[in-house]
Design a protein around this ligand. Structure first.
Ligand code: HEM
Length: 289
């Protein structure tokens, strides 16, 4: 369901660029796919909300996002009242923007590392030397994992999970570098010419310099930049770094018997987020007895 949503949201649709050709969306079935996906999500959110307002529901120790949103909705004194549609939109936004991006980064990251044993070994050696015999990687370990952080930057560079960002429209006429951009133009940003050996996975390119993805270096903007940039850049980065460090620390990774790195399908599926076309199958062996 989420995959269909991401593909519909980001895939190339001719009517988005030539509004006079929007009628093609009906002929090609895009409109009915959109309606169908909308209905499935709407039904799913109705169920989730009903479950949360059911007085017989067992109380959890901590409130979750839906509990908090329902509480805000109940409070009629808020500056901006939340309708049920607003509430569903927020759940969808968090669900879609927050799960897929992190998962895709780890999926492509594992792919790159398993096809490049030298990088995998170097990253594992670093994590294991910092974390030692302790079984759980802590957030406080992260600042010392310099090489692994370079690996994460390189994953973001080669496989930005949301490569065309969220489609945006310019609000007013503007001239940038001599190009006139009229109001309401759809704007995308990506510059493939900013890197040496751009196709090679090389975390070392981030060692010894300060290039980062916080929105100041325009050649690396996996979270976007400026005021419409990802609001969860800190949380998203920590989630990816912690998960990757834990995977590197606790497991030794191999391809299944008979499969070689060159056999892996590296095709990307184009949508608002950039998935692998086929599932990655790897063998994880516990590093600790
Ligand atoms: C690896 C992790 C992540 C990456 C690479 C990422 C990337 C992005 C990008 C590129 C955008 C669009 C920015 C733009 O158009 O300029 C975005 C927007 C957004 N992200 Fe993230 N994100 C990540 C994790 C998360 C997480 C964990 C959450 C929530 C828990 C989240 C919530 C959002 C929301 C709500 C928006 C929409 C903001 C708006 O509508 O303006 N993201 N993200």
């Amino acid at each position: 369901m989420l995959e269909e949503f991401q593909e519909l949201l980001g895939g190339f649709k001719i009517g988005d660029f030539f509004p006079s050709m929007e009628f093609l969306h009906t002929l090609t079935g895009v409109k009915s796919r959109l309606r169908n996906t909308f209905r499935r999500f709407d039904h799913f959110f109705d169920e989730v909300i009903e479950e949360h307002i059911n007085p017989k529901r067992e109380k959890e120790e901590h409130k979750d996002l839906v509990d908090v949103l329902l509480e805000i909705q109940k409070n009629k004194d808020t500056e901006m009242p939340l309708t049920m549609d607003n509430l569903k939109a927020i759940i969808l936004d968090m669900f879609a923007a927050g799960t897929d991006t992190t998962f895709i980064t780890l999926d492509w990251g594992t792919t790159e590392l398993i096809t490049d044993p030298k990088v995998m070994e170097k990253a594992q050696a670093e994590v294991r030397s910092i974390v030692g015999e302790r079984r759980t990687v802590m957030e406080s370990d992260l600042p010392r994992l310099h090489y692994m952080k370079a690996v994460v930057k390189e994953i973001f560079r080669v496989h930005p999970p949301a490569p065309v960002l969220v489609p945006r429209e310019s609000m007013e006429d503007i001239t940038i570098d001599g190009y006139n951009i009229p109001a309401k133009t759809r704007v995308f940003r990506r510059d493939p010419e900013s890197w040496m050996n751009p196709e090679t996975f090389e975390p070392e390119r981030f060692i010894g310099n300060t290039i980062d993805f916080n929105g100041n270096d325009f050649e690396l903007t996996p979270f976007g930049a400026g005021r419409r940039g990802c609001p969860a850049i800190t949380f998203g980065t920590a989630s990816v770094e912690l998960a990757l460090a834990q995977l590197l620390h606790s497991f030794d990774w191999e391809l299944p018997p008979g499969i070689q790195a060159k056999d892996l399908d590296m095709t990307e599926v184009f949508g608002i987020t950039m998935h692998r076309r086929s599932h990655l199958i790897v063998v994880a062996k516990s590093h600790f007895p």
